[in-house]
Design a protein around this ligand. Structure first.
Ligand code: NAP
Length: 279
């Protein structure tokens, strides 16, 4: 029997995502659509890897000649500790979301923050010189703060835990940390508001009064399921430019795609696949 188009062969390069859970990831659909669109002999699979086994997964990359990995919860910091080399962002964050196998030399990178920057630019917002308020101080927020600092934004981090907020703010030059109770005033002073907490995933209302938002501002919600979140709906209802986190998901994937393959990523194909997978 002849293999169908895109069916793996002996020469097929393998990449995948490690995580727990991982079977609901949209990444296989996003990357495989891109490989098919460019006619690349590559395949992307999901590898369920239990907590504590991230180091073994990196060893398997070397042993099996896997071309690269996406890394998701709970492995991002374990993998950072076992790569042969880290990019400056991955080293600053102590976290890796993309592994690249360069002939057995394993490089760890973090494309979430640059993905958010590319997403903002795609929405017509250049963060350079802008005042950006980031809600949250977890993994996504830290990657975003680091990338915003590198993109010359002026960052304020709002966190409900002061120690986590201070640690996140330390990632960007001149960034400040505030408490969630100070959010309303911080929103007034911001050009861009980025929600990097899960608030809204279960339909929770925004953690500040959205009637304070004004049309010169931009609201980015990293949450993409469900969409719109109550924050996004409130912004859009008031005519405030706003976007959900799908563009960040797609851009971080596109950056990983190019690191692995050396090819420019077909963004539209990847975005269509990401949307279709969420239906
Ligand atoms: P995480 O590491 O668990 O961090 C979550 C952060 O949100 C923490 O700072 C946490 O504070 C804070 N938080 C949670 N619930 C809160 C509440 N009710 N009020 C105030 N703060 C709250 O998670 P993560 O990996 O950063 O992910 C955060 C969200 O980002 C996810 O839900 C996901 O939707 C989104 N995300 C999107 C993309 C994308 O590509 N679009 C990528 C990654 C993540 P505590 O530490 O005090 O709990």
């Amino acid at each position: 029997m002849q293999p169908g188009p895109g069916a793996p062969r002996g020469s097929t390069r393998v990449v995948g995502v490690i995580g727990d859970p991982v079977t609901h990831s949209r990444s296989p659909a996003i990357h495989n659509a891109a490989f098919v669109a460019l006619g690349l002999d590559w395949v992307y699979v999901a590898f369920p890897v239990a907590a504590g086994r991230g180091r073994d997964a990196v060893a398997a990359v070397r042993t099996l000649g896997i071309a690269g990995l996406s890394v998701t919860m709970p492995h991002k910091s374990d993998v950072a500790e076992t790569c042969d080399e880290l990019t400056p962002s991955a080293a600053a964050l102590g976290s890796v979301n993309t592994v690249v196998n360069r002939d057995g030399h394993v490089v760890g990178d973090s494309t979430d923050g640059p993905g958010l920057i590319a997403a903002l630019r795609g929405h017509g917002v250049d963060p350079a010189g802008r005042r950006v308020l980031v809600l949250g101080a977890g993994g996504a927020a830290r990657a975003i703060v680091d990338a915003l600092g590198r993109a010359d934004a002026t960052v304020t981090v709002a966190a409900r835990r002061a120690d986590a907020g201070a640690r996140a703010a330390a990632l960007a030059p001149g960034a400040a940390a505030i408490d969630f109770t100070e959010l309303d005033i911080a929103v007034d002073a911001a050009d861009v508001v980025v929600n990097a907490t899960p608030i809204g995933m279960a339909g929770e209302p925004p953690p500040f009064d959205p009637t304070r938002l004004a049309p010169h501002q931009f609201v980015y919600d990293t949450v993409y399921h469900p969409s719109p979140t109550p924050l996004l709906a409130a912004a859009l209802q008031r005519g405030i430019p706003a976007a959900d986190g799908l563009s960040m998901l797609v851009h971080q994937a596109a950056l990983a795609f190019t690191l692995w393959t050396g090819e420019p990523a077909p963004l539209d194909v990847m975005a269509d696949a990401a949307r279709a997978e969420g239906r």
